[in-house]
Design a protein around this ligand. Sequence first.
Ligand SMILES: CC(C)(COP(=O)(O)OP(=O)(O)OC[C@H]1O[C@@H](n2cnc3c(N)ncnc32)[C@H](O)[C@@H]1OP(=O)(O)O)[C@@H](O)C(=O)NCCC(=O)NCCS
Length: 164
Amino acid sequence: MSTLKIRPEEQGDQSAVRAILLRCFPGPEEAHLVDRLRAQGDAEIMLVGEEGGEPVAFVALSRMRAPLKALGLAPVAVLPEHRNRGIAAEMILRALADARQAGWEGVFLLGDPGFYNRFGFTVEVAQDFQSPYAGPHFMALALRGDQLPETSGAVEYAPAFSEL
Ligand SMILES: CC(C)(COP(=O)(O)OP(=O)(O)OC[C@H]1O[C@@H](n2cnc3c(N)ncnc32)[C@H](O)[C@@H]1OP(=O)(O)O)[C@@H](O)C(=O)NCCC(=O)NCCS
């Protein structure tokens, strides 16, 4: 049975989160990205996953500039020794539930449809939006009902992403 505990990131978690991101990605870019999202006030939902009291996973949703109330999902990371047990899926589902609860209308992401389709993200929902990331990996999910309140227009990730 999973002992995963998911909770909002707290001030004291920042160095553990940085360590998770540095281990999960090839370079420091994602760790810097998360630092900038916090510093620039665009970190809307940041969750830490704990196993045995230790942070092992992280997911972030940040404010986008869009014609609807939209968040961008990135990054998501699970320490290698805890993978393939559904932790990322639980973290993502919780982040989406929190976003829905807080009144957000949609979530965009850049990722592998083979993984993200299971949460309801589709390329089709995102395809009429203009974004530098538009293409076969740019996906979106409506959080209220089946459709986004707007289905086209320009969508931009928080400024911290343009420094990636
Ligand atoms: C991607 C990641 C978060 C998955 O964590 P996890 O807890 O093992 O995920 P789950 O157990 O919920 O799901 C496992 C599924 O993710 C898939 N997966 C693993 N890495 C993936 C990747 N980079 N892209 C797409 N799918 C991936 C696995 O193949 C598996 O698929 P399956 O269920 O069809 O077999 C983890 O591998 C990780 O931290 N990777 C490095 C960071 C990264 O690439 N993050 C995603 C981009 S922001």
